[in-house]
Design a binder for this molecule. Sequence first.
Ligand SMILES: [Zn+2]
Length: 227
Amino acid sequence: MSLDCGKTDYELGKRVLAYLENKGVETPRIKDQISPAAKVDVIEKNFKEILTVMGLDLTDDSLKDTPRRVATMFINEMYWGLDPQNFPKITAVENKMGYESMVIEKNIVVHSTCEHHFVMIDGYAHVAYIPKDKVLGLSKMNRVVEYFSRRPQIQERLTEQIYYTLEHVLETPDIAVLISAKHYCVKARGVEDINCETITSKMGGCFKEDMNSRNEFLSLIRSAGGV
Ligand SMILES: [Zn+2]
C-alpha cells in the first residue's frame, strides 16, 4: 500500500506523536523540518554527490535521473511515515454491540528499512486486541503497521510504536503485537544468514497477565503459519 493523501489525519498524527514521545518510543527526530518538496531537492543534490564519489558517470542515460528518482522515492514511497501529516485516518468507533472477544489481524505485511544499514526489513506483523469501549475497522490496523514501517526503523521500536498507538486509539492496554521479519543486513551482508528471522513482541494488559489470552493469541497466529 502506498500513501493515500485522502485518508490522513494530521490532528491524530500529532496526538499519537506526543503520546509516543511521552512513552519514550518515538523515532528520534529534529523539531524544525523543511517541507517535503524541499527535502526532495536536498536529497537529490546529496545523493548525486554520493554516486559521483562512488565513481559513477551521471551523464550516462541510465543514471542521470537516479538522484531525483531516489529522492522522490524516499519522501513519497519509503519514508512518508516520518511525517505526522501522513498519519492514517483510523478513528475508533463505539463498541455498540459490546463485543468482548479477541480480534486478531494476522500476516500484515511489513516492508521497512533497517536504520543502521538502510537495507530492507521484510516480514509480517500480527496484531490483536480485546475491545473495551472502542472498536477499530480491521484494515486500520494494517494502516498503523504500514505508517510506522515507512520509516528507517529498528524492529523493537516498530513493535512498541504499533502497540502504543493502538493503546491510545482504542483506550485499552489489552493489545498484543508480534513481528517476525528478515533483515537484509543479516541476510545479505555481515553474517550472511539467509534463514534468520527476528521476532519481537509487546503484550499489554490481559495478554501480559493472563496466560490463556496470550496462548490463544500465539496459537491462532501459528495456526496459519504466522510465525
Ligand atoms: Zn541492519
